[in-house]
Design a protein around this ligand. Structure first.
Ligand code: 5GP
Length: 202
C-alpha cells in the first residue's frame, strides 16, 4: 500500500452500476468510497452520512462559500459535491479515496490533481442503460429521461479519462477496476523511498 492513498475518480452514466461495482471493489482493495454531499432527496433506504450527506441548498451553498468542497456540480437540478475533509480522512490513512462523480466535477479534479487516477465506466449499450435505470425503479420516468439525456452528453467525455471499464458483466468490471488500482499502486513513484532504503542496504 502507498503511504498516502491515491485519489481515484469514477464517472459514468447514472444507472450503469457504479455503486454495485464499488461495493465489490472495496472488499478486494484498499479503496474507500468518499461520501459526497447532495441536495437531492434520499432514496428509500439511503442513510444520511452513509450514502450521502443530505444537505439543504442553503447548507450546500454555505460549504461552497466556506471553501469546504474539493469540487461540486449541478446535476439534474441538484447540487452534488465532494467534501475536502472526506477525501483527506481516507487518504491520510493510506487508503485510496474513490470519488464516484459526474463529468464536470471530474474535469475540475483532473485539472487540479493531475496525479488522480481517472476511470470511466460504460454499460454495453444505451438500451441496456435504460433497462438498468428502469429496473432500479428509484426515479420517475421524467427523471430517467433527464438522466439518459445527461448520459448522452457525458459519453463523449469518456476519452478524457485514463481508463475505460466496460460494465457488461459485473464480475469482469470489478476485476478490471481492481487490476487498475493494483497497477497504479505499483507505480515506481510510490516506491522511491523503499528503493532508496534497499539501495543503501546493499
Ligand atoms: P445519484 O443521484 O444517482 O446518486 O447521482 C447522480 C450523479 O451525481 C451520478 O453521476 C454521480 O456520479 C454524481 N455524483 C455523486 N456524488 C457526486 C459529487 O460529489 N460530485 C459530483 N460532481 N458528482 C457527484
Amino acid at each position: 500500500m502507498t503511504e498516502r492513498g491515491m485519489l481515484i475518480i469514477l464517472s459514468g452514466p447514472s444507472g450503469c452500476g457504479k455503486g454495485t461495482m464499488l461495493k465489490e471493489v472495496v472488499k478486494r482493495t484498499a479503496c474507500e468510497v468518499s461520501v459526497s454531499a447532495t441536495t437531492r432527496d434520499p432514496r428509500e433506504g439511503e442513510i444520511d452520512g452513509v450514502h450521502y450527506h443530505f444537505f439543504t441548498r442553503e447548507d450546500f451553498e454555505k460549504r461552497i462559500v466556506g471553501n469546504e468542497m474539493l469540487e461540486y456540480a449541478q446535476y439534474c437540478n441538484n447540487y452534488y459535491g465532494t467534501l475536502k475533509e472526506s477525501v483527506e480522512s481516507i487518504r491520510s490513512q493510506g487508503k485510496h479515496a474513490v470519488l464516484e462523480i459526474e463529468v464536470q466535477g471530474a474535469l475540475k479534479i483532473m485539472e487540479e490533481h493531475p496525479d488522480a487516477v481517472t476511470i470511466f465506466t460504460l454499460p454495453p449499450t444505451l438500451a441496456e442503460l435504460r433497462r438498468r435505470l428502469e429496473k432500479r425503479g428509484t426515479e420517475t420516468q421524467e427523471v430517467i429521461e433527464q438522466r439518459i439525456a445527461r448520459a448522452i452528453e457525458e459519453i463523449p467525455f469518456a476519452e478524457r479519462y485514463q481508463y475505460i471499464v466496460w460494465n457488461d458483466k459485473l464480475e469482469d468490471a470489478v476485476d478490471d477496476f481492481c487490476a487498475i488500482v493494483q497497477a497504479e499502486a505499483n507505480r515506481t513513484k510510490y516506491s522511491k523511498e523503499r528503493i532508496g532504503a534497499f539501495t543503501k542496504s546493499c
